[in-house]
Design a binder for this molecule. Structure first.
Ligand code: ZN
Ligand code: ZN
Length: 259
């Protein structure tokens, strides 16, 4: 019952936020797209940019990681992972994605079509090794984001951490340098780096929030308390940071891996 509540209440708030953002920002757009194939491509590229922003901040801002970490808790990959989300994540994600699209002139009808395709493809990239062993999809792996790329995104291996934030078109990962191919020699280990019980509902949904509260409570001074909320997970007021970037950079230096 809690799972159903979590899912439907989150969806409901998200739809309300989408409507709110359209009403608030549509008149500020410098132009409006029409319903044609070339504006569809434009809209999709803009949508992926909004997706990249929400998803990147979901990993790099500790407060937003509290919302997004639920999706990274599962230690196996299968289609049910698509539905593992904290209920406030969809409102957060859709607010950013809708705002970006509407401000850049994407017409609401076009936005809804893109959202539908994005949601459908977003479910497919969580297909597990049991159904699709090689997630590369052949030559498509060079052009679009495949299940293989998203498996890498869900991995806690140092090389794979905080990469592949896009959903279907991975141009923004390539542009911002967060693109990472699956390495045949490095088996994907799913989950997050914090020691947790992935079978415990409370730990999966609230574990990161509790951990953040503890860090804020213990941090000396208001500035440090605030920094814990906005800095990336792993940031430490002592200066001994263990962020994903530091872990990955150290790995790249010691292993001399070329991207
Ligand atoms: Zn993620
Ligand atoms: Zn995912």
């Amino acid at each position: 019952l809690i799972y159903i509540f979590n899912r439907f209440v989150g969806r409901f708030i998200a739809i309300a936020m989408v409507a709110f953002c359209i009403g608030l920002f549509q008149h500020l757009a410098p132009f409006q797209t029409s319903f044609t194939w070339y504006w569809f491509i434009y809209g999709y590229i803009v949508w992926e940019f909004g997706h990249f922003l929400y998803h990147y901040w979901g990993h790099k801002v500790r407060l937003f990681w509290c919302l997004h970490s639920t999706h990274h808790a599962p230690e196996n990959m299968n289609l049910t992972v698509t539905y593992a989300h904290f209920f406030l994540e969809a409102p957060y994600a859709d607010t950013i994605r809708t705002t970006v699209c509407i401000l850049l002139g994407v017409k609401p009808e076009l936005l809804f079509l893109i959202m539908f395709i994005d949601g459908t493809y977003g479910a497919f990239i969580h297909v597990g090794e049991n159904l699709l062993k090689d997630g590369r999809l052949g030559f498509l792996n060079k052009i679009i984001l495949t299940p293989s790329h998203h498996r890498v995104h869900h991995a806690r291996n140092p090389l794979y951490m905080d990469t592949n934030f896009c959903n279907l078109l991975n141009i923004w990962d390539k542009f911002f340098g967060t693109y990472q191919d699956e390495d045949k020699n490095i088996k994907v280990e799913y989950g997050i780096t914090r020691k947790m019980d992935s079978g415990n509902f409370l730990d999966v949904y609230f574990g990161e929030i509790v951990a953040l509260f503890k860090d804020v409570y213990k941090a000396p001074g208001l500035k440090n308390k605030l920094l814990y909320v906005i800095m990336p997970p792993g940031w430490d007021h002592s200066g001994e940071h263990k962020t994903a970037k530091i872990v990955r950079d150290n790995y790249l230096i010691t292993h001399k891996v070329k991207n």
